[in-house]
Design a binder for this molecule. Structure first.
Ligand SMILES: *[C@@H]1O[C@H](CO)[C@@H](O)[C@H](O)[C@H]1NC(C)=O
Length: 141
């Protein structure tokens, strides 16, 4: 009896560890809002207009990933995984964004507060229906 329970616990722990490994390798889960121009100046690079990638795929870091400014210039792969309204996500679409700003000091207000990151209009529209205020994302640096 006691031994069986021990084995069961061991199996559960192993399953948890394995799913944790898969989770890390696939990135983290968070949320994203969007913001519109004006995008300048940014907290990371000021009024420098060459800071934006030519793709216009960029974002502002929310509290959780801002890292006291160390996130400036970091690149993340971002994918939309779900949203309040079904059908909002563009299926199987992953984009690469660059962090250029901080959510707390944006010039224009984000479509939703407290998200992991705030995507540029172009970035948001590439992975989701642009009428949505916020989406759930999977992201990986
Ligand atoms: C985007 O969402 C709006 C309403 O939320 C809907 O009317 C529109 O058809 C959607 N667009 C696409 C391309 O799915």
């Amino acid at each position: 009896m006691g031994k069986n329970r021990h084995v069961l616990i061991q199996v559960l722990l192993n399953t948890l560890m394995i799913s944790q490994i898969f989770r890390t390798s696939k990135g983290d889960v968070g949320s994203a809002a969007q913001y519109s121009p004006p995008y300048l100046p940014t907290n990371c690079y000021g009024a420098e207009s060459s800071q934006f990638p030519t793709s216009n795929l960029f974002a502002a870091a929310g509290e959780g990933i801002w890292d006291n400014g160390a996130s400036c210039g970091r690149q993340y792969q971002v994918r939309c995984i779900s949203a309040a309204r079904p059908g909002t996500c563009v299926p199987d679409m992953t984009i690469l964004i660059k962090i250029v700003d901080y959510a707390g000091t944006l010039v224009s207000s984000p479509s939703s507060a407290g998200t992991t990151m705030i995507l540029s209009q172009t970035a948001f529209g590439a992975i989701a229906n642009s009428t949505a205020a916020s989406i759930n994302i999977e992201f990986q640096q």
